[in-house]
Design a protein around this ligand. Structure first.
Ligand code: TMP
Length: 200
């Protein structure tokens, strides 16, 4: 089963993926991974996308690098794990490109879906979108020492990312479950584990 986790900045995805893994690992083989990243090659692409020293990355280049990283990540990490009947928990996937690049960067859904043609052939079985007011999320991460190029975008950009996600949830309502990010982490984890177990 291929499960992805989505949300704006500061929604606590990294911690909660680890906790969901701990709950599932008792009965299943589970791997966790992330985008952009997840392997040596894709972590190198991640650095070009997110390192603030690369200020000149244009929106189209950003979208293409994310799509390239995703194709490599599928072939190198996700598809082999699924073939070995492991549960894959992935921090972000194509819905991030739809919310951030298609919507917030205004590149449009058609363009982003076209350059992600390979990924659209391997869509997640289930996606959890953690919904949170970006003002709350940005306050949570303001003390992070690794503040990346996208974290540094304007408040308006982060508001648009949330609007983009709400549109993505509307388009893919059979696949995406929206979770209220204001709840405690324990409440979020138990809701997610229950939904996964219902489908396993
Ligand atoms: P994070 O993993 O720490 O959340 O950082 C990843 C950043 O990259 C985050 O700001 C969202 C952004 N991103 C996109 O803009 N589009 C994408 O397709 C993905 C996977 C991430």
């Amino acid at each position: 089963m291929f499960i992805t986790f989505e949300g704006g900045e500061g929604t606590g995805k990294t911690t909660l993926i680890q906790l969901v893994k701990n709950a599932l690992i008792k009965n299943h083989e589970v791997i966790t991974t992330r985008e952009p990243g997840g392997s040596m090659i894709t972590e190198a692409i991640r650095d070009i996308i997110l390192n603030p020293i690369y200020q000149g990355v244009t929106p189209i280049t950003e979208a293409l690098l994310l799509a390239a990283s995703r194709a490599q990540h599928l072939d190198e990490v996700i598809l082999p794990a699924l073939k070995a009947h492991q549960i894959v928990l992935c921090d972000r996937f194509i819905d991030s490109s739809l919310a951030y690049q298609a919507f917030a960067r205004n590149l449009g859904f058609d363009f982003v879906l076209a350059i992600n043609d390979y990924a659209t052939k391997h869509m997640p079985d289930l996606t959890f979108y953690i919904d949170l007011d970006p003002k709350v999320g940005m306050t949570r991460i303001q003390n992070r020492d690794k503040y990346d190029r996208l974290d540094r975008e304007t408040d308006q950009f982060h508001e648009n990312v949330r609007k983009g996600y709400l549109e993505v949830v509307r388009r893919y309502k059979n696949r995406i479950i929206m979770i209220d990010g204001n709840q405690s982490i324990d409440a979020i984890v138990s809701e997610i584990v229950q939904k996964i177990n219902e489908r396993l």
